[in-house]
Structure formats: structure tokens, C-alpha cells
Design a protein around this ligand. Structure first.
Ligand SMILES: [Zn+2]
Length: 463
């Protein structure tokens, strides 16, 4: 039995059903789960570990619903800097084909350290290529070391160029081996219990890189074991054209025909959807990982975030892979989501004060997407808010900093409106991962050195 007390918090943001924001707040947790939340003077004063968070804001850990950790090895590649999705992919596939197991292990650590330092405590990753003996196990092992919760998506690509797909044949695998490995991973790692540190997800990569048959078989396997399904969908206009030409259907209708709708399914992006498709998501419970930075970086478009929220669609935030965001910063993503939703509202003719104008996404709503929204998308009721019974996953930021100067009348808004910061404290399942702004589980300078060696080898085809 081990207890943790975080107290004297200047502002504790619960995200509970009343959205309580508690001044001089405290959290008391035992064995990774929260027992009490309230004012410091109402809670126990003793615990095995005590964090005095005077002068800090404390929030529920952020939840990242879409990423490709390995892409931290290929950020800002010159030939992929100024390309849209399909050209960007075609440029990067041959570089990614050189990835080895150790690259997966190192890049997972890099991405998770970045995420942890930006407030994230749970991350979903989508690994869909396994060159040179790489396995999802390499990623799971690295996540255990860093200490974040992981939804490890067993991705796949089976439709090579010679079969009419987008990826080169060298990076696709046989559907038989994909399904066998998917089953192995579920049986070995998937933990359905509350407080789970690892869950497995089945995630064929996209309509243009796998066959409909693999989508169908993956859905059957996932439902047999009660694991969730994830893929990229309706990301670009090119994808829509591809689906119409190849399958005679729009992307969402295509997925519906493959039995890929339901509360166990979430899609990354879903930028190019119409009102009927949004209604379908709401009716069937499909979730969306909204990735505003990536959508801007690749000029994919602006997802209808406010319409999703109005229709009751579950929406979370995703930083997406680091080759189309070049960062794994969850607070930055919340800020981008807020700003991009406002831009879309503006482009649709809403004036800031006009009668009947659609409301603008607020800082609190952006943080709601990054916490409760992400938990809903991943199908978890044990994370996303700070309440008794939930996991002790939270982060804190010292408010006394240059970047927040002049904004302390509303510290919660400062966290989203002001420049995205690195956190000072992060706790996952009651364990301190970041303290005084320093990672407690990983030697970061050594990691950066190893990561840069790997990245150089991939780019310059070194042995
Ligand atoms: Zn992606």
C-alpha cells in the first residue's frame, strides 16, 4: 500500500461533472487510485509521498488519441517538408523501411518523454510498419520504462503499390501474419481492467494501404477479444477520390460496409465528412481523434470540430505522428484545436459578437477535449478527470513564470491561451514521472544522443 498527497495546489482543475476548480486544492491517492479530492485543509496531511504544489495549477493528465511514435526519427525531412499527405507518405516510406527494432524502442521513449513533459499521461500510438524484425513489443517495453499509459495499436499495411495501394511493396505484410501477430499481442498484453497501463488496439492503417478483407477480419478478431479498432479516415480529399474510384463509395460508407462503425471504433482526422456522416458517428458511437496541427501541416483541411461536439460525437485530440507535426506537445495541440476551431467559425461567417454567431471554442472546452474527450474516445471511464475512484494521473505547472505573466486572473485559460509550456510535475498512476521539470524515469540527454544517431542512420542510409 502506498499513498500520495498533492496539496496546497493554487488551482486544482477536476474536470468532474460539476467542473469544479478548487483553490488551495489537494488530492489523496492510494496505490494509483484517487481516494479524496478537495481543499487542502479537508484532506489527510500525511502520506508516503507528499507534493507541495503551492503556486501551481494542477490538471487531469492529458490523453493523446493518435500518434506514430517512430516518426520522431523523421521530423522536418527536407523532401517531405512541403508536401501533402500522399506525396509526404511516398517520400517517407522508403526511409521508414530501414527502421530496426532498436529505433522503435528509442523513438517510443523520445515521443513519450515529450508527451509527458507536455502534460500527457495516456497515449494511443499507431504503429503500422514492422521492418527488419520490428515488433509492437519494442514499443510496449519502452513505454513501461517511461511510465505512461499506452494504448498500443497494432497497425498494418497489406495493400502494396502492385495491388493498387499507396505504399511500396517492401513495407507491406501478409494478412495472415498480421492477424496472427494481432492475436498474439492481444493475448500477451491487453489488460481490460480499470487502471490498465497497456491496452492493445487493432488498427489497419487506412483505406489506401490495406484490403477490405483485412479490415473485416481485424474487426472480427477485435470483437472476439473486446479490444478497440482504429484507423485513419477521411483525412484528405485525395483519400476521398481514391475511395470513390476504387470502391465506388465515400470513405465513411466504405467503412460502414466493412462493419467498422460502433462505440469500439475511433477514426483519426475525419476532416472530409458531411452532415449525414457526422450523424452516423453520433448514432453509432464512433469516436474521432482530432489532429489540428497535422491537418494544417499537410494542408489536409479543417475538421468540423464544433459540429462534432454539437452532434454528440466523442472527440479527443491527437498530436499525430511527429513527421506531420514535428512535435508531441499535448498542450500545444489543445491550443491549436481552440485556434483552428475559431478560424473555421470565422471562415463560416461568424463574427465575434454577431447575433446568432456560432460560439467559439473556449480554453476550458479545449482542455475538456484533451482530457474527458480523449478518455471517451479510448473507451475509458477510469481516466480524464480527478475524482475518487479514478486513476491518480495529473500534471502541474508552476504559475510564476514569464510566459503566464499578466494572465494569473485566470490560470486555467493561461495554460491554453499563452505559449505552450513544459510541465513541472507529472504523476501517472500515483507515480511521479516528472518532478521540478525533470524526467524521473529516463536519462534525457543520453536518449537525445541515441535518437539523433538513429535518425542520421535512417536518413543517410548508414549501416
Ligand atoms: Zn496518423
Amino acid at each position: 500500500m502506498s499513498t500520495l498527497l498533492a496539496h496546497r495546489v493554487s488551482l486544482l482543475v477536476t474536470m468532474d461533472s460539476q467542473r469544479r476548480e478548487i483553490q488551495d486544492g489537494a488530492i489523496f491517492a492510494r496505490d494509483g487510485f484517487i481516494e479524496q479530492v478537495g481543499r487542502s485543509d479537508e484532506l489527510p496531511q500525511e502520506a508516503d509521498v507528499i507534493l507541495d504544489l503551492t503556486g501551481h495549477i494542477l490538471l487531469p493528465g492529458l490523453i493523446n488519441t493518435h500518434h506514430h511514435f517512430y516518426q520522431t526519427l523523421t521530423r522536418a525531412i527536407p523532401s517531405a517538408q512541403d508536401a501533402n499527405l500522399f506525396n509526404w507518405l511516398k517520400t517517407l516510406y522508403p526511409i521508414w523501411a530501414r527502421i530496426k527494432p532498436d529505433d522503435i524502442y528509442i523513438s517510443t521513449q523520445t515521443a513519450l518523454v515529450e508527451l509527458a513533459l507536455s502534460g500527457c499521461t495516456t497515449a494511443a500510438d499507431h504503429l503500422y510498419l514492422f521492418p527488419n524484425g520490428s515488433r509492437l513489443d519494442d514499443e510496449i517495453e519502452a513505454a513501461r520504462l517511461v511510465g505512461l499509459r499506452l494504448h498500443a495499436s497494432r497497425g498494418s499495411m497489406s495493400l502494396g503499390e502492385s495491388q493498387g495501394g499507396l505504399p511500396p511493396d517492401s513495407v507491406v505484410d501478409s494478412e495472415e501474419s498480421i492477424l496472427a501477430d494481432s492475436q498474439r499481442l492481444i493475448e500477451q498484453y491487453h489488460d481490460p481492467k480499470p487502471g490498465a497501463m497497456v491496452r492493445i488496439v487493432l488498427a489497419p492503417c487506412s483505406p489506401f494501404s490495406v484490403t477490405g478483407e483485412l479490415m473485416r477480419e481485424s474487426a472480427l478478431l477485435a470483437r472476439q477479444y473486446g479490444v478497440h479498432l482504429h484507423t485513419h479516415l477521411a483525412e484528405t480529399q485525395d483519400e476521398e477520390t481514391f475511395c470513390l474510384e476504387k470502391f465506388g463509395q465515400r470513405p465513411v460508407a466504405y467503412m460502414q460496409s466493412l462493419d467498422w462503425v460502433g462505440s469500439d471504433v475511433w477514426f483519426a482526422h475525419s476532416v472530409h465528412v458531411n452532415s449525414e456522416e457526422i450523424d452516423l458517428y453520433a448514432r453509432t458511437g464512433c469516436g474521432v481523434a482530432h489532429c489540428p496541427t497535422s491537418n494544417m501541416r499537410l494542408a489536409s483541411g479543417i475538421a468540423p470540430l464544433l459540429q462534432y461536439r454539437r452532434s454528440g460525437v466523442r472527440v479527443g485530440l491527437g498530436v499525430d505522428g511527429s513527421a506531420s507535426n514535428d512535435s508531441s506537445h499535448m498542450l500545444a495541440e489543445a491550443r491549436q484545436a481552440m485556434l483552428l476551431a475559431r478560424l473555421r467559425a470565422g471562415l463560416q461567417g461568424a463574427s465575434l459578437s454577431g447575433e446568432g454567431a456560432p460560439p467559439l471554442l473556449t480554453a476550458r472546452q479545449a482542455l475538456e477535449l484533451a482530457t474527458l474527450g480523449g478518455a471517451a474516445v479510448l473507451g475509458r471511464s477510469d481516466i480524464g478527470s480527478l475524482e475518487p475512484g479514478k486513476c491518480a494521473d495529473f500534471f502541474a505547472v508552476d504559475l510564476n513564470r514569464l510566459d503566464y505573466a499578466g494572465a494569473l486572473h485566470d490560470p486555467l485559460a493561461a495554460v491554453v491561451f499563452c505559449a505552450p509550456q513544459k510541465v513541472d510535475v507529472s504523476v501517472v498512476h500515483g507515480k511521479i514521472i516528472v518532478q521540478d521539470g525533470q524526467m524521473q524515469t529516463v536519462d534525457v540527454p543520453r536518449l537525445v544522443e541515441r535518437h539523433n544517431l538513429s535518425a542520421r542512420r535512417l536518413l543517410y542510409q548508414l549501416a
